[in-house]
Design a protein around this ligand. Structure first.
Ligand code: UGY
Ligand code: MN
Length: 249
């Protein structure tokens, strides 16, 4: 317990949520599971949640029209979807298109991160199931810097309306410039420590902290400490800025 102190901050264009402020609640329709929502409307167009599942807990699909990305933080998740069963170990992940019947089952105590958003269609492509593991995704050097790695977990194709990446930084490495862009972000720190600049605020963040950044929120970060720092990050991607999901179909 931290009493009246917290590192959490919520502003109009960004938020930092530290685990000391988490208030877990039920996940509607799921068994044996508790969820902390880290980003959701009206702040974010996405919902990002941490879900703790007991051994044998089960979960169903998100609300109609919502696409889901699931990332395993700890434990083992069995995913039944599209007539197939996938076994996702720690750092395994899947993208599940809106409307897809699915069952998520924890094999042992399991923690997952869900990233969900109302799907924005495009006539050039249909969404499809994507299953992978972070360990199998090549690390690209951001702007040629061998100390800043980007792993693009989802393919860039017309059927997908989001990107989910990991960003990893050697101690002392930084984003090459202050990014200011249309896409919004939510991120979860997976390991290590960083100082994050968000608009005019500067925040130390560490494993388990979450950040939300509104569209056009200026952002920069630098890793400190003795080991690499990394985070899982989402953004809206590959859609026209004036497109929305309300004309789906
Ligand atoms: O993809 C991105 O926009 C990413 N480099 N942003 C960030 O890490 N804050
Ligand atoms: Mn960015």
């Amino acid at each position: 317990m931290s009493g009246p102190r917290t590192r959490s901050v919520v502003r109009l264009d960004h938020a930092v949520l530290a685990p000391d402020g988490h208030v877990p609640g039920p996940v509607p329709g799921w068994t044996g599971s508790r969820r902390v929502v880290l980003a959701a409307p009206p702040l974010s167009a996405f919902a990002m949640s941490l879900v703790s599942m007991d051994d044998g807990a089960t979960g169903g699909p998100p609300p109609p029209g919502v696409g889901r990305f699931v990332f395993v933080l700890e434990g083992h998740l069995r995913l039944d979807a599209d007539g197939a069963t996938h076994e996702l170990e720690s750092q395994g992940y899947a993208y599940l298109p809106a409307g897809l019947p699915q069952t998520l089952t924890a094999v042992g105590a399991t923690r997952i991160c869900l990233i969900e958003k109302p799907y924005v269609p495009h006539p050039a492509g249909e969404p499809r199931v994507v299953v992978g593991s972070r360990a199998a995704v090549p690390a690209e050097h951001m702007h040629g810097d061998p100390n800043v790695h980007v792993q693009q977990l989802l393919p860039e194709e017309p059927g997908l309306d989001l990107a989910v990446n990991t960003m990893s930084f050697a101690p002392g490495a930084a984003l090459p410039f202050v990014e200011t862009h249309l896409m919004e972000h939510g991120l979860l720190v997976l390991e290590g420590s960083l100082v994050y600049r968000l608009a005019d605020g500067w925040y130390p963040v560490t494993e388990g902290d979450a950040i939300w950044m509104a569209p056009f929120c200026p952002q920069w970060c630098c890793a400190y400490g003795t080991g690499w720092a990394s985070y899982l990050i989402y953004k809206d991607w590959n859609r026209d800025p004036l497109a929305d999901g309300s004309e789906a179909g």
